[in-house]
Design a protein around this ligand. Structure first.
Ligand SMILES: Cc1ncc(COP(=O)(O)O)c(C=O)c1O
Length: 381
């Protein structure tokens, strides 16, 4: 939903996504598959995909077929890959929508082949190989059989093997030897396929951190997600990315409280002096982690104020100080991202993540509840 005004707003800067895509394409030296699963990491899958395509992405990737089909239905015509399927996955629908189905087992391949035969058409398929992540991907002991089945299905015309891919276990540790080992394992799998007379048209390995730091692993395409959204995929490394999401909320209430007054559930913060507090209408149901209680800061009118007491389901409280800090009801509190004029640094999603022992992926994908998404920029940088 797009609106000009909301109590709680996630503002998504589409130009930032376009610029971030350019940064990644430049560093990796190859075009991008823009990863927009989980509703574009909370930024909106379709606008995020379009913004990334404007900046150097040539394809789009998601986890579920349903996500890919929704993008197709919304008018996205670019190559779309989906890579996570349950046994009753909608392979017929994926084939009808010309979605590249990345298979992780001979059973998935057989189901895709059956759906293609049934439809009397050819399915586009990617071989997703487990080269060491130990998660999705064709298992070591199933590789030989699957490779032979891929060759047979291609010879029959039931599938067209478009790609071979794998996902890295240590992408965020650029020098970890597993990265090169996984790439070598994928190259060997491609050799096996070639030996069977079926050569994938493209190969891709790298997620955001590898796309930004290991151009030697890039192969034909890279598959960045988090970096498109301006979050640094390696803690402490600055790649010149711009955070695309800013979370802000309108101050609901300003009031004075006396010294000694406890604030919020269990009175975990007691006012050490007469002071003024403000209520920010955003809580854990909206994606502000309760674990940040007493550990977050917001910016209002260019000044930083500390969150005090427990973060609740719908709201939390900030301490404005005895003079009220010049803050009025209706002013906007910036929680993470960037202020509109960029003049005051505010926390980024990674700061929140760091404070509570998680990753910024979880922060941006966790924005939800009453938050209204609003777009700025045109997605052309
Ligand atoms: C298979 C696959 N490729 C690429 C990505 C993008 O990863 P990142 O967001 O770290 O760039 C993901 C996300 O987890 C993924 O599952």
């Amino acid at each position: 939903m797009t609106t000009d005004h909301a109590a709680l707003t996630a503002t998504v800067d589409l130009d930032a996504i376009t610029r971030n895509a350019r940064v990644i394409a430049e560093r990796s030296g190859v075009p991008l598959i823009a990863v927009v699963k989980a509703d574009g990491y909370g930024h909106g899958a379709l606008p995020a995909a379009r913004a990334a395509l404007a900046g150097g992405a040539t394809e789009v990737g998601v986890a579920h077929i349903s996500e890919a089909r929704a993008l197709r239905a919304a008018g996205l015509t670019e190559h779309l890959t989906a890579w996570l399927h349950t046994p009753d996955a909608d392979f017929a629908g994926a084939i009808a929508d010309d979605i590249d189905i990345a298979v992780s087992s001979p059973r998935q391949l057989a189901a895709v082949v059956a759906a293609a035969r049934e439809a009397g058409t050819t399915a586009t398929v990617t071989a997703k190989v487990d080269t060491g992540l130990g998660r999705s991907g064709i298992a070591y002991d199933e590789w030989d059989d699957t490779a032979r089945a891929i060759a047979a299905a291609q010879a029959e015309g039931a599938i067209d093997l478009r790609a071979a891919m794998c996902h890295l276990a240590f992408g965020d540790e650029p020098d970890n030897p597993m990265n090169s080992q996984q790439a070598a394992n994928l190259d060997r799998a491609v050799d096996d396929l070639r030996g069977l007379g079926v050569t994938p048209q493209v190969t891709h390995i790298a997620n955001s951190p590898a796309a930004l730091t290991r151009p030697d692993l890039a192969r034909d395409l890279v598959r960045p997600g988090i970096a498109l959204y301006g979050c640094s995929p390696i803690r402490g490394r600055d790649f010149g990315l711009t955070p695309a999401m800013t979370l802000s909320a309108e101050i609901a209430l300003v009031k004075k409280i006396p010294s000694g007054q406890g604030v919020s559930y269990s009175h975990q913060w007691i006012a050490p002096r007469d002071t003024t507090v403000a209520v920010v209408p955003s809580g854990y149901a909206d994606g502000v982690p309760r674990l940040l209680s007493g550990r977050l800061e917001v910016v209002v009118n260019g000044r930083r104020f500390a969150g005090v007491g427990r973060i609740c389901m719908d709201q939390f409280v900030i301490d404005l100080g005895p003079d009220g800090g010049g803050v009025a009801e209706g002013d906007r509190a910036y929680l993470f991202g960037a202020t509109p004029d960029g003049s005051t640094p505010i926390p980024v999603a990674d700061d929140w993540a760091d404070a509570i022992g998680t990753i910024d992926y979880e922060i941006v994908t966790g924005v939800r509840g009453r938050t209204v998404r609003r777009y700025v920029g045109h997605g052309d940088g």
